[in-house]
Design a binder for this molecule. Structure first.
Ligand code: SF4
Length: 274
């Protein structure tokens, strides 16, 4: 998960599949090499750590507390509690990507922080909320504890870019099929469709949406997806009637006229819960 712009402003995002980003929690320990969020936190500044996670729950903006940086604990997971009411201030419905600068469902995030975020979402039901994690097992754990809201406007996504993630995601999402679920295949690094767990996710009607995109940036050795990897995803989604959103990064490979830009709530497939 990353955002290049608008890290604390719900008006600005370049992410194509949402209207806004909202970051009540920032910071992450997943350590992805391509993480833009970490760069943003670092660019703004102060590099500090705080072992006591309770002290990383901020009731007022860091600047008001005399800190020089909006990220006083660098990229350490931090709850910005003062941002929780931001969705309520926006009357016009938006599709909001929650925590583009964190993995809200990372193992290190306390249940209480996640619950505070869910409560804030429920207080502003005019919006649609998209969550995304590399640890979908947490969805299943929360669901088991009756802590995962099963609401029409809440969508829970998992990153699936390799065999291990496909396996973990299949196991986890299979246990919370009552929720609205989606897969993010970004960056597309290989033919993900060759794995049995991918097949189950698509053919067993578990995922309700697929987003796919190529690696961006100028990294040496950057993976360029093969046409056939993309075709296979298109075929699987087509066959199973799964809305598919292809990101602009695929245009150079497939061409502008071959892009699918489906959203489940626009193709009548929303939603499992009322
Ligand atoms: S999961 Fe997202 S926020 Fe966390 S390190 Fe990876 S790209 Fe960054």
């Amino acid at each position: 998960m990353y955002v290049r712009k608008g890290h604390n402003d719900m008006n600005n995002t370049k992410i194509e599949w949402c209207d806004s980003t909202w970051n009540p929690v920032t910071g992450c320990y997943n350590g992805c090499g391509y993480c833009y969020a970490k760069g943003i936190a670092r660019r703004f500044g102060l590099h500090g750590t705080e072992r006591d996670i309770e002290k990383r729950a901020l009731d007022i903006p860091a600047a008001k507390a005399g800190k020089k940086s909006p990220y006083p604990f660098d990229f350490e997971p931090t709850l910005h509690r003062y941002r929780l009411d931001e969705p309520q201030k926006l009357k016009k419905p938006r599709t909001i990507f929650v925590c583009s600068m964190a993995d809200l469902f990372g193992k290190w995030v306390p249940d209480e922080w996640i619950e505070e975020v869910f409560t804030a979402c429920e207080k502003a039901p005019q919006h649609r909320y998209l969550f995304l994690t590399k640890n979908p097992q947490r969805y299943a754990e929360l669901h088991k504890k009756n802590k995962l809201p099963l609401l029409k406007n809440m969508w829970y996504g998992a990153s699936v870019t390799n065999y291990l993630q496909a396996e973990q995601t299949n196991r986890a999402l299979g246990n919370c099929q009552e929720a609205n679920l989606f897969l993010s295949v970004e960056p597309l690094l290989e033919d993900i469709t060759k794995y049995d767990s991918w097949v189950q996710l698509c053919f067993d009607n578990i995922t309700g949406w697929v987003i796919v995109g190529a690696e961006t940036g100028n990294r040496k050795g950057k993976a360029v997806p093969k046409n056939e990897w993309i075709d296979n995803i298109i075929d699987d989604c087509d066959y199973n009637d799964i809305p598919l959103f292809m990101k602009d990064s695929l245009i150079p490979i497939v061409g502008k006229d071959n892009m699918s830009r489906d959203f489940p709530w626009k193709t009548g497939q929303e939603a499992k819960q009322e």
